[in-house]
Write a protein that binds this ligand. Sequence first.
Ligand code: NAD
Length: 235
Amino acid sequence: MTTPVALITGGGSGIGAATARRLSRGGMRVVVADLDARSGAAVAAETGGLFVRLDVADPGGNHAAVAETISAYGRLDVAMFNAGIPGRCGLHDFTVEGYGETMRTDLDGVVYGIHACLPRFRAQGSGSIIVTSSLAGLTASPDIFYATAKHALIGLVRSAAMLLAGDGIRVNAVCPGLVDTPIIASFRAPLVEAGLRLADPEEVAAAVETILADDRTGLAWVVQADQPPTPAEFP
Ligand code: NAD
């Protein structure tokens, strides 16, 4: 039997790392693509997979990551576009550079990733794309440009799911609430003090596994503290 292969951006930490571990436990081969070579290589080694250094904001880098995956394992079945950063500025401390960096990573990085995996998925008539959006992609957030990018990802996923269904390609979003990972480190303490339960990255990884086992398309999985993961069909 052939072993399915999953490419995970931002796979060196948090949600991406938990998903890499879970999918590899479930029998998939995992390619960990991350800007951070140290953590990315560590997760790849732990999961018996491959590490690819990738800045998702680089269109060519995304194509190279797909090419390296196929060259190493001969196939690509799942592409999880998960790398993300908090907004680099807001309305009151706005800078063109900060806004641009946020969008290049949180939005453009996913567009480039999808573009890079499409030729392969189209040629084989199958493939599953998972995009890590956020609850901030469905509701208002103080991190305004992060929320802007995450909302845009929902539009991207809904539209791509519609356009690519005929090619046998599934496109879904996972929209976690607060998850206990390094990305929230700078504002974690007051959240915990306020009694908020933070989800474990493993909960999101479990939702991803559930999405992959499901054959529907166009679902936003909302993984929120104190709620079981629930799929919401896009209207
Ligand atoms: P994290 O900081 O633990 O992991 C993010 C990973 O992305 C890191 O390994 C980092 O090196 C990598 N990365 C950052 N910029 C990159 C780039 N340009 N190219 C390649 N890799 C890059 O955070 P996380 O919580 O695991 O975040 C994963 C995704 O989940 C993000 O898209 C984030 O927005 C989303 N998310 C997180 C939460 C939360 O509360 N933690 C909630 C909703 C959505």
